[in-house]
Design a protein around this ligand. Structure first.
Ligand SMILES: *Cc1c(COP(=O)(O)O)cnc(C)c1O
Length: 395
């Protein structure tokens, strides 16, 4: 007999560490913008595995590329060269306007690498190991000790302290606060171009341009975390393009591999050259399988005109959510760019999300009061209409 959903959930709760309160869904397969559970129930997916599955599920060309690479070569280590890593790095460097790329296995590791690179740059310049990093309140950069140290949510950090030292927090979208916290030891300022987990807060134009200017004046490195908001999510390959700035270091992950675990940090030459052989490493990072996924993602973004779709459907989603806000007094605010938007409610959104799941709509929260809308980037206007209809029924 096939295992029921309940049996699987019961086993999962015994054998997996209880670090998540999971929704009672056992997912089986996907098709386009839809997911199916093991009982065959269909869900419209507005989560995309947390902004990962940009190309939608079951993309033939993407799957073929990966299958071919499995039969060719999965892994080499970084002691040797491999072709997919070189072409993926060229594509990411060109898209991000960076010069050099280091591939990792996750977003968190990309942040770790970015922090190490910033510290090394400072160390090489001043011959001192006392650098500080300014990070933002309500930011999210990952769960390892370094990434947690720059994550601005106390409840994630508190039990695990002491984390790495030398981090200072400032208010997001508050230039004066950052300015006040800069010292001669500041090596970098790290922020998400659009805060994701923190509740979908885009950086103000003036703020981010001001930060970039401060960084330039004082030779402080600007690290932009584009792990969630990058890879086309806002209608440009990276969100900072819309601000007319280029960071010194940027991080990517999530949709970079569209399901294959891969991240990267990239830097301009002046900064990247601070790293020398032996300074950083990884066994899996940038292996031919993961970087084949990256190549396929970049190629298919072009071929399927994904950015163009995000521009149209992002505007459409904005109008639709604006309408929902007007119709429902429980919606307090609406924020976001492209296909990264959020509705803030006056109370916890968990019951709305549970109701939506029952109806066949997958939504996720950001914090307690915000619903995040992060659909696959190949979503259509009629999918958005369908989402809106189901969501309205839940409010
Ligand atoms: C998800 C996320 C991370 C962490 O990435 P993982 O792949 O989960 O390690 C870091 N920064 C931002 C902005 C994220 O959204």
């Amino acid at each position: 007999m096939d295992q029921t959903s309940e049996m699987i959930r019961e086993q999962a709760e015994k054998v997996l560490m209880h670090t998540y309160n999971r929704y009672p869904l056992v997912l089986d397969h996907g098709e386009g913008v839809f997911l199916f559970d093991i009982d065959g129930k269909k869900y419209l997916d507005f989560c995309a595995g947390i902004a990962v599955f940009a190309l939608g599920y079951g993309n033939k060309a993407y799957n073929e590329a990966l299958k071919n690479q499995i039969d060719c070569l999965l892994h080499t280590s970084n002691y040797y060269y491999n072709v997919p890593a070189v072409s993926a790095a060229k594509k990411l460097a060109a898209a991000s306007k960076m010069d050099r790329v280091f591939f990792t296995n996750s977003g968190t590791e990309a942040i770790e690498g970015a922090i190490k690179l910033a510290r090394k740059y400072y160390y090489k310049k001043y011959h001192r190991a006392d650098s500080e990093i300014i990070a933002m309140e309500h930011s999210f950069h990952g769960r390892s000790m370094g990434a947690l140290a720059v994550t601005g949510t106390k409840k994630y950090r508190e039990a695990f302290e002491p984390l790495i030292g030398g981090t200072v927090f400032a208010q997001y979208n508050h230039l004066e606060d950052i300015e006040a916290k800069i010292t001669e030891r500041t090596c970098a300022i790290i922020l998400e171009t659009i805060q994701g987990e923190g509740g979908i807060y885009p950086a103000d134009k003036q703020f981010l341009n001001g930060v970039a200017k401060l960084c330039k004046e004082k030779d402080i490195l600007l690290i932009l975390d584009e792990i969630q908001c990058g890879m086309g999510r806002t209608g440009t390959m990276f969100a900072y393009e819309q601000y007319g700035i280029i960071p010194d270091i940027m991080t990517s992950a999530k949709a970079l591999g569209c399901g294959v675990p891969v991240g990267a940090f990239a830097a301009v030459q002046k900064v990247a050259s601070a790293f020398e052989p032996g300074d950083h490493g990884t066994t899996y990072g940038g292996n031919p399988f993961a970087t084949t996924a990256v190549n396929a993602v970049f190629d298919l973004f072009l071929k399927q005109d994904v950015l163009e779709n995000v521009k149209h459907t992002g505007t459409y989603l904005y109008d639709v959510l604006e309408q929902i806000k007007q119709n429902n007094s429980c919606v307090k605010q609406h924020r976001g760019l492209g296909l990264m938007q959020g509705l803030e409610f006056d109370t916890s959104v968990s019951s709305i999300i549970t109701k939506a799941l029952k109806k066949g709509l997958i939504l996720i929260s950001a914090g307690t009061n915000v619903i995040r809308f992060l659909p696959p980037l190949v979503i259509s206007k009629s999918d958005i209409d369908q989402m809106a209809e189901m969501l309205e029924e839940c409010l």
